[in-house]
Every structure is written in C-alpha cells, then in structure tokens.
Design a protein around this ligand. Structure first.
Ligand code: CA
Ligand code: CA
Length: 162
C-alpha cells in the first residue's frame, strides 16, 4: 500500500498555504528547482544475507544544507514490505545527526542535504510476503526546530523473492 495516502493531507495544506501566500502577494513565486528523491538497491552479500543501500537528496544550496545540519537536523528511515492492506515493517534506522560514524548519515553538498542508510539483513527478515517481496524505504529529514524539511520520501520498490 502506498504511504502517499496519509500524506496527501499535509501536501494539500502546503499547496493551499502556497496559494494563499501567492494571492496575498507573499509567495516567492519561484518553483522548486528539483524534487527531493530517495533510491533503494538491495544486493546479495553472504549466505542467506542481502544488503541494502538507500540514498537520496533534498535539493538546496550547500550553504543552507550546512546551516540545517549545524542547527541539529537529523534523519530517520524505515524499511517496509509493500502489501495491499498493511505494509510490513522490516527495520528502522537509528535517529542520526551529522558527523557521526553511525549509519545512516546525512551531509551537505552542492546538491543539498544528501543522505544514505545501509545495512545487511537475513533473507528471513526480508521475506515479508508469500512469494515475491516488495521492499521500500521511507525517510524523513527533520530540522533542529522539529519540522520535516520535505514530505516523507518514499523510495522505489525493490522486487525480490526470498
Ligand atoms: Ca508484499
Ligand atoms: Ca517472500
């Protein structure tokens, strides 16, 4: 099941706020240069163990990105198994700030706030369904004031058969 449905409310509100801002002459009138995105890959590692690697970016200037990180921005990610009714929860990341040696991590580049998360899991953990398995990750980056910098990002589905 797509996780978009429960986010539509927040996106709608943001769009409405933008419209109202424009009507009042408060809107910046500038379109976002590029969309935030996140991508997931899963690959064989050892006997009955696969590893995953998720990476993505929230576009902004490097100056702004470093500012957010300096002010306590952090990320949180979760892996899910896509199902028609209720998605299976596979594993959660730790909540991680910049400049740690833990995974995941986020950092400022010329592209904006870039982030990644990786780990290795047993096939039994990744086996979320009878037959084929559809794995994806949701990730959110939260600023030091507690606000999400972008809507919850959802990666592509990786189709496997554990
Ligand atoms: Ca499934
Ligand atoms: Ca399966």
């Amino acid at each position: 099941m797509s996780k978009q449905w429960w986010r539509r409310g927040a996106v709608g509100l943001a769009a409405l706020a933008g419209t109202v801002g424009s009507l009042c002459g408060l809107g910046s009138g500038t379109a976002q240069a590029a969309d935030s995105s996140a991508y997931l890959t899963i690959y064989p590692y050892a006997y009955k163990t696969d590893c995953f690697y998720m990476s993505g970016v929230i576009p902004m200037s490097q100056y702004d990105a470093q500012g957010y990180l300096n002010n306590g921005a952090y990320m949180y990610a979760e892996m899910w198994g896509d199902d028609p009714i209720y998605d299976d929860h596979i594993v959660s990341s730790q909540v991680v700030y910049q400049n740690t040696n833990l995974d995941p991590a986020l950092y400022a580049t010329a592209n904006g706030i870039e982030f990644y998360w990786y780990g290795c899991l047993s096939h039994s953990k990744l086996n979320e369904d009878w037959g084929g398995d559809e794995l994806f990750v949701t990730v959110v980056v939260i600023d030091g004031a507690g606000h999400a910098l972008a809507d919850y990002l959802e990666t592509n589905r990786v189709h496997k058969n554990y």
